[in-house]
Write a protein that binds this ligand. Structure first.
Ligand code: FES
Length: 88
C-alpha cells in the first residue's frame, strides 16, 4: 500500500481502516479531518500538510458511499442514446 503521509508514516490501509472505524459518527456529525489524522498518526500533528487534501477526499468518498450520495455519479454526464422507437 502506498504511503499517504510521509511525515508521520501511515499508508492507505491505515487511513481506510481509521475512516471505517469512525463512520458513522456517534453524534451524526461529519468525521473530522483532524480526528482521522490523529488516529492514523498515533496522536501526532501534521507537519507539512501535503497529505491533508488526500485524507479529506478519502473521508468525503467514504461518507458519500455510506450515505448513498455519490459525487462520482453526479459527475457522469447523462447521454440520451437513440433507440429504434425515437431514432429518426
Ligand atoms: S505528508 Fe502528511 S503531514 Fe507531511
Amino acid at each position: 500500500m502506498a504511503y499517504v503521509c510521509l511525515c508521520n508514516s501511515f499508508n492507505e490501509g491505515t487511513l481506510e481502516a481509521a475512516i471505517d472505524d469512525m463512520l458513522p459518527p456517534e453524534d451524526g456529525a461529519s468525521v473530522k479531518l483532524s480526528d482521522v489524522y490523529k488516529r492514523c498518526s498515533g496522536g501526532e500533528k501534521p507537519q507539512c500538510g501535503k497529505c491533508l487534501q488526500q485524507i479529506k477526499a478519502s473521508i468525503q468518498a467514504r461518507q458519500d458511499v455510506n450515505t448513498g450520495n455519490s459525487a462520482a455519479e453526479d459527475s457522469i454526464p447523462v447521454v440520451n442514446l437513440p433507440t429504434p422507437a425515437n431514432d429518426s
